[in-house]
Design a protein around this ligand. Structure first.
Ligand code: AVJ
Length: 299
């Protein structure tokens, strides 16, 4: 973490990896974001999943293993779990260990017959997969929430390639992607009136203070989010309100007034662009309005 953070702060455009939003408080703030009226992705995705659940369930072999990367509150997986009765195991992978433990505890109460194999890991790095009894089991990656939007397109492709190697032939993924739309709608989603997104953005600084002995004063930074048309992404920044210095693990970083730390990219795609992105490793299956991506072994 220290290396990644120092590297991000050293460049001419300071930046921080957006995965560090998600300590315990950050995960809770994100939960709040998903309930904001401005933040359309969560409720929209939920509605799509509910509407097309029979078709989705039909694509998934009964005894598959469901793997969720960045499982957070494990709320959306419940939709699948309620419709797939024979799941071999659920593997939630989550960077925030405390949050993961708490979520798994309630999930076990609600699904007493479900085998849950939680993994606390940063899934952008290689991590140990829990052993699953049957080598012929299908792996289904559940990757909702347009989280893939946090990767640059070339990183997203690398990620998809890695994933396709983990999934056994016949496995698949259920992935949520936010589509390009009216700029005003996208920008409002990242600039909510209650200031929850601003608090979420600044939380990364509290996280660094605690974890890396940094002395950021979040009051010295202002939340900024906008749609970058050329890049096709919503960017979040923290703007320094004044000239000042910050120390991180004994190293000093200088901020000019108005200087930004780039904290997040949230890429938006057209369906066409996204099809092209996954094409080398995943076969698309279209059904009605819904695009279901089915993985086929390309070897
Ligand atoms: C969880 C990465 C999909 O980019 O919309 C929400 C995170 N950032 N509001 C997104 C987020 C600001 C979210 N993702």
């Amino acid at each position: 973490m220290l290396e990644e953070v120092l590297e991000g702060l050293r460049g001419p455009q300071k930046s921080l990896p957006s995965k560090y939003f998600y300590d315990e408080r950050g995960s809770r703030l994100f939960e709040q974001i998903t309930r904001l009226k401005e933040y359309y992705p969560t409720r929209t995705e939920k509605a799509i999943m509910q509407q097309y659940m029979p078709e989705i369930a039909e694509c998934i072999a009964g005894d598959s293993v469901l793997v969720e990367l960045g499982s957070g509150s494990s709320k959306k997986i419940r939709l699948l779990l309620n419709h797939l009765t024979n799941i071999a195991a659920y593997v939630p992978v989550e960077i925030s260990g405390k949050y993961l433990a708490e979520v798994v505890r309630t999930l076990k109460q609600d699904y007493p017959n479900l085998l849950i194999k939680p993994v606390c890991a940063d899934y952008t790095k290689p991590f140990q997969f829990p052993p699953i009894q049957n080598p012929h089991t299908y792996y289904i990656l559940f990757y909702p929430g347009s989280t893939i939007g946090n990767f640059r397109p070339c990183q997203a492709q690398q990620f998809l390639e890695t994933i396709s190697r983990i999934l056994n032939p016949g496995g698949g993924m259920i992935i949520g992607v936010d589509l390009k739309k009216n700029k005003k709608i996208m920008e409002a989603a990242y600039n909510d009136k209650k200031g929850i997104t601003a608090a979420f953005n600044k939380n990364i600084l509290w996280h660094l203070n605690r974890e890396l002995n940094a002395d950021f004063n979040p009051v010295n930074f202002q939340h900024k989010a906008f749609y970058n048309q050329e890049e096709g992404r919503v960017e979040m920044h923290l703007i320094s309100e004044k000239k000042h210095e910050v120390s991180v693990a004994g190293q000093t970083f200088f901020f000019e007034k108005g200087e930004s730390i780039h904290t997040e990219n949230s890429y938006k795609y057209t369906l066409d662009e996204f099809e092209k992105l996954v094409q080398p490793w995943f076969q698309l299956k279209k059904s009605g309005q819904m695009t279901i991506i089915i993985f086929r072994c390309n070897i």
